[in-house]
Design a protein around this ligand. Structure first.
Ligand SMILES: *Cc1c(COP(=O)(O)O)cnc(C)c1O
Length: 472
């Protein structure tokens, strides 16, 4: 079967003799045309061997694909996809989608110059850190704030500035790895901090920190939000306020990597878990940091907030220059922070918060409407609204289940895997998940325009399936 298909791959000379490629020889070097064509045929061979394709495209299609590649008219490599997985902060799919107002702001800032590092009033150099500091302070109650490239960078800068050469006490339960390449012990070592482990994996008591301070001379107490897992059963951890009490008595600092934090109590969007950045500061953390594109729902960024004297020192660290935030992320963040001044507005306008706050009933209504439209587009498929559980994702709310509803799709003529595969290879890739031999489409994470893509994809899939049937 494979051998048959492999034999059907057109010969390179035949492909190169096709009119479109022949014509190109005047403007593009022969070598490049040949190399591009060979690469394409090689890719085709690979796909046949991997059995991801079962048919050779027509020679016209191959010719066009090679032409597109040569003329750089092939689709962008980084492109929009439809996230139908129900995982709100999908790390592989770019975490937080941004809202309409953000998009408008970005277009405005992107197309011209801006006062990124210019003080318009004074007519001289200004600071990129000035644009959102007041907003962050207002929202968190911090004395001072700044934003860098991402939270991993923020953690590193915080430690490198405030804990280098110092003994830093951290609970063994918080020596975590986040997202594959961010390991707390390694970041601490790289930053020059000396690790003093306290407690055990499941239990850490206030006395453990006290002893680290009095017996081992720890001068910094570090707390790390265990973002991507929850320890259940016999657990005990020490709160920020307990840590702050110990620190105060001994002139130590409390630093807190919140990772994913809300700027207001999570109950306001109907969730009973989630760190509140303002509360951490109120409870006595000296500096906190968290991601801009997790529960904050903005673009990539690492937000640092806390005591003015300490933030000033971080700002002056030479390494800060290497991790500075770019103007587009900063512009996006300013919009999101403004939305957050009014939590209700935030829930409406920040897509991530909106998605997280959707109740099962809202999801059921959306799923039901979607089911009707999709089964109209593809009547031969079986579509049902089922109750499911979605996730916050992005290592943000471990253990929080988002009660949800989704459309479950199946077909007598096509396996769930094949439907999933078709959706993923659609013009605008549609990412779904397979569960119990059905393709699950969660309405929670659909963005503007996604429904139309789904309808179109199912319409075309229905035609394909019907064509196959008439051929047989
Ligand atoms: C996500 C996370 C990080 C890394 O943040 P990025 O914005 O991805 O760089 C660091 N610490 C914690 C606790 C996190 O949850």
């Amino acid at each position: 079967m494979n051998q048959d298909l492999l034999r059907k791959i057109p010969k390179i000379d035949v492909l190169l003799a096709r009119p479109a490629l022949e014509n190109l020889k005047e403007s593009v070097s022969r070598n490049l045309i040949k190399k591009t064509a060979q690469e394409y045929l090689q890719k085709l061979r690979g796909e046949i061997l991997a059995e991801t394709i079962t048919e050779i495209p027509a020679i016209e299609e191959i010719e066009q694909a090679v032409l597109n590649k040569l003329l750089n008219t092939e689709p962008y490599h980084l492109k929009r996809v439809v996230n139908a997985t129900g995982v709100v902060l999908h790390t592989n799919l770019g975490r937080a989608p941004l809202g309409g107002e953000v998009a408008e702001r970005l277009a405005e800032i992107a197309q011209g110059y801006c006062n990124l590092e210019y003080d318009i009033e004074a007519g001289k150099r200004g600071s990129r850190y000035s644009h959102v500091e007041d907003l962050i302070c207002k929202l968190t109650g911090a004395e001072a704030a700044m934003v860098v490239n991402n939270n991993a960078g923020a953690v590193f800068l915080m430690l490198n500035t405030l804990a280098k050469g110092k003994k830093v006490a951290i609970s063994r339960g918080e020596l975590v790895e986040i997202g594959g390449s961010f390991r707390v012990p390694e970041i601490m070592e790289q930053s020059g901090a000396e690790l003093v482990e306290v407690g055990t994996t499941n239990k850490t008591h206030p006395e453990d920190y006290s002893r680290a301070v009095t017996e081992k001379n720890a001068t910094v107490l570090l707390k790390v939000h265990t973002s991507n897992f929850a320890v259940v059963g016999f657990t005990e951890s020490v709160s920020v306020s307990q840590m702050a009490d110990i620190a105060k008595e001994n002139d130590a600092l409390v630093l807190y990597d919140v990772g994913s934090g809300f700027l207001f109590p999570s109950e306001w969007i109907g969730l009973h878990d989630g760190e509140n950045v303002s509360k951490a500061l109120q409870d006595g953390a000296d500096v906190v940091c968290f991601s801009g594109d997790k529960l904050m729902g903005s673009a990539q960024g690492g937000i640092l907030a806390g005591k003015k004297e300490l933030i000033d020192r971080i700002r002056k660290n030479h390494l800060t220059r290497m991790l500075r935030i770019d103007k587009l992320s900063l512009a996006a963040l300013e919009v999101a922070l403004r939305h957050c001044l009014d939590p209700q507005e935030a829930c409406e306008k920040i897509p991530t918060l909106h998605m997280l706050s959707m109740s099962r009933e809202t999801c059921r209504e959306k799923a039901s409407l979607l089911r009707n439209k999709l089964s109209q587009a593809a009547p031969s498929f079986c579509m049902e609204v089922i109750e499911t559980e979605d996730e916050a994702g992005g290592g943000s709310l471990p253990g929080v289940v988002l009660n949800s509803c989704a459309v479950a799709v199946s077909s007598a003529r096509m396996s769930a895997r094949s439907i999933e595969n078709y959706m993923r290879s659609y013009r605008t890739a549609i990412i779904t998940r397979v569960w119990k031999e059905r393709v699950i489409i969660s309405p929670r994470t659909l963005c503007q325009g996604d429904e139309q893509e789904l309808i179109q994809a199912f319409t075309e899939l229905e035609n394909l399936v019907n064509e196959e049937r008439t051929e047989k």
